[in-house]
Design a protein around this ligand. Structure first.
Ligand code: TRP
Length: 351
């Protein structure tokens, strides 16, 4: 290992991973495991902050996500893979950090407000007009279903994940910047209050990753119903590719078009080594969108079908999976316990 610094990141187990998660995050993690001492975990407790009523599939989703990670190439010989709730020290430190986190930091967090908006939109889709929805967002404290202690405390739990493992770097998307800032602020606040620094101040690790739009051109997201999933049946993927959004100004198949904003072109940039040539062909009107889509699918198929095949080997070996989860748990617990003991000493909870 070239560097011993700790990298840590997690994902909420919201169900099947889509190609946005795959190209936007997972492939990056796979590359990082060769360069750092990496910890990757399933943030199952975090999924309770918004979906606490829907826990029917929680344990299964955690397992499915782990299988996707292994299939994508995360290697338990190279990195530590674990499930958040397998490390009870996280919940303990979360309590302690909660004691020193000013409410204002959490209430002002822009991600909190955006998420509330998103959740309310989903909840009242089609039932409320914009204005009433706006009023609801403003009076969020009145919505018992969404406005929970754990949801407001999301960034404290995330800070706990990071600080308890002493991570130096946290690979995350730009949407997590505000959360990470709270983690950084908490390290300083802890040191100011208790006179000793026990935490490593984490830095975000932004990498230039592929932009993966959803089928309709918006961000790929499960809740937008515009995703292609890992492990998805290839016939279904083929059909989805044929529905991808393209330049609406192109009417005939030999009209010139603008590849910017075209979903098919965005995918060619990921799967087609000759994407630059395709860009020119598109602008020149050299081919129609149907042909372009067919070609895209042909390029995606080998990678996706290899993934599906490889996934089966992990799916069918429950003993191996259990062993990976158990050894990740042990390593993550040991590392977390060391930090927690220091924290409790510095806070004078123990001698
Ligand atoms: N909030 C992250 C997300 O939604 C998931 C997460 C939880 C995380 N804890 C973390 C990411 C700690 C990095 C580090 O994507």
């Amino acid at each position: 290992m070239a560097e011993q610094k700790i990298v840590l990141s997690g994902m909420r187990p919201t169900g099947k991973l889509h190609l946005g998660n795959f190209h936007g995050a997972l492939k990056n993690w796979v590359a990082l495991q060769d360069k750092y001492n990496c910890y990757f975990f399933v943030a199952d407790l975090h999924s309770l902050t918004t979906a606490y009523q829907h826990t029917e599939n929680l344990a299964q989703n955690s397992e499915d996500m782990l299988i996707d990670w292994l299939t994508a190439g995360l290697n338990p010989q190279k990195c530590t893979i674990f499930i958040q709730s397998d490390v009870p020290q996280v919940s303990e430190l979360n309590t302690l950090l909660g004691m020193i986190t000013p409410l204002g930091w959490l209430l002002r967090n822009p991600t909190y407000k955006e998420q509330i908006q998103e959740l309310l939109k989903q909840k009242y889709a089609g039932q409320l007009d914009e204005k009433t929805l706006g009023e609801k967002v403003a009076s969020i404290a009145a919505d018992d279903e969404i406005s929970c202690f754990g949801f407001l405390g999301y960034p404290v739990l995330m800070a706990t994940d990071i600080l308890i493992q002493q991570a130096s770097y946290v690979p995350v998307g730009k949407d997590q910047t505000a959360h990470l800032e709270i983690a950084r602020d908490l390290t300083r606040r802890f040191a100011e209050i208790y006179g000793e620094q026990v935490f490593t101040e984490p830095q975000p690790l932004y990498t230039t990753v592929a932009r993966v739009p959803g089928l309709d051109g918006r961000k790929m997201s499960k809740s937008y119903n515009n995703s292609i999933f890992l492990g998805e049946d290839l016939d279904s993927v083929r059909k989805k590719v044929m529905t991808m959004f393209t330049d609406p100004n192109k009417k005939g198949k030999n009209d010139p078009a603008n590849p910017e904003g075209c979903v098919v072109y965005a995918f060619h940039q990921i799967y087609n080594p000759n994407a630059a040539k395709r860009c020119e062909e598109c602008k020149a009107g050299a081919l129609g969108c149907v042909a372009c889509k067919k070609e895209l699918f042909a390029l995606m198929e080998p990678e996706l079908s290899a993934f599906n095949e490889r996934r089966k080997t992990f799916e069918n070996d429950k003993a191996q999976l259990a062993q990976i989860i158990a050894s990740g748990k042990e390593k993550a617990r040991a590392n977390a316990a060391a930090t927690l003991t220091k924290v409790k000493k510095v806070m004078r909870i123990i001698k």
